[in-house]
Design a protein around this ligand. Sequence first.
Ligand SMILES: *Cc1c(COP(=O)(O)O)cnc(C)c1O
Length: 466
Amino acid sequence: MPNIFRNLPSVNQLLEHPRLKEVIENVNHRVVVDGVRTFLDDLREQVSVAKEEISIPTPQELADRIADWLETEEQPALQPVINATGVILHTGLGRAPLASVATKAVATVAAGYASVEVDLRDGQRGQRIRAVERLLCELTGAEAAAVVNNNAAATMLTLSALAKGQEVIVSRGQLIEIGGSYRLPDVMECSGARLREVGTTNKTHGFDYSNAINDETGALMRVHPSNFEVVGFTQSVSTRELAKIAAPHNLPVIDDIGSGALIDFSKYGLTDEPVASDSIRDGADIALFSGDKLIGGPQCGIIVGKKKYIERILRDPLMRAMRVGKMTLAALSATLQLYRNVDQAEQSVPILQMLSMPLENVKLRAEKIATQLASNVKLQDVVAMEDHSMLGGGSLPTQRIATWCVSFAAAEESINSIADSMRKLTPPVFGRVNKDRMLLDMRTVRPSEDLALVDAMLAIGSASPE
Ligand SMILES: *Cc1c(COP(=O)(O)O)cnc(C)c1O
């Protein structure tokens, strides 16, 4: 054992240092003591396995380093970040940012009590979704609505309530997997309904469904194959057609439309996104969609459709396990209000602002920021460059949206180590790496974040914590 260990200060000596005393005050004594022990153990370990001699830091340096490390560790894991990836509904970055009226509504109900399950008109105990049901019905043309934790929950709950122990007929072309953990056959199995696959991968006809209907059938289901596309000889059965097939048998048609557009997105060049009101108009008994995809609201799963089915869904025991809280209801309600006027929604819902921002504006911002970042020696060849953003959130990757990016190479290190440093900035910045260049896509950066983006990016390589 090298006698160098004898030079290490004791835990108690270190705790006397002002920097660590400060951390004790801000965090607590036990956390700091544990932290100092762990740090000293790690240091001993490093010294004992090191091939070359390691110089032991002075107690002062050691205390400072431990304090810095503890402060990083103590930062909340959930932090606001700048999304310069160009993926508008980035699931890893929390999908849709909320409109400011929605964040205000959340803050207002979060701090106090709220009329979650009471009807203020008569004081009776009411359904907790009443706050949003009327709006959902108005915007989709449905008779009734329910809201749960996300669309995966909405699917599981609907299948459980309407088809537990029965068969649900689905086209083989629609047995989707989205984002790894969501696979329709698995969700179906958890719900207690049995999957009855019909048709082939590329073609499913109306007769495939009608031939499969028997005494065991509980529902017919359509799923929007959000993230892939079958090209060539393809055929699928429309909601309208499916409703005609189901009607004589008195079976519900469940339509999982996925992203849940409340308005037509084709004006943004996105032609593949089904609109909730179309699904209801075409005869779906139940339409399912996410609240945090194209609506641009909070994470939730929305179920709209015929009253008799929604009532069964609300009575299912799973409903209680999947219900949403007052903050989700407040955010959803405020977001839905905006859609009563499409212009208002476009002006206030962040994802619609991003989609509708004129290319020329995105270009000007990219050019301006490229000029500002050029002074950072860590970045090389900083230019504004035209490229494409993506919708994300399990939507079709071939749907591309024109954009402008700030693009640069790394002066010395690899572009991946620049990406690492960007993740540690305040606020952390996420871009997309393309070959050996980093792209900062200005379509997903809010204009109000431009200054913070520049400030953060200029700090790369200067006072970085490591
Ligand atoms: C995204 C998606 C889901 C899952 O929705 P979550 O809200 O993420 O649970 C289910 N079905 C389809 C078709 C989707 O696009």
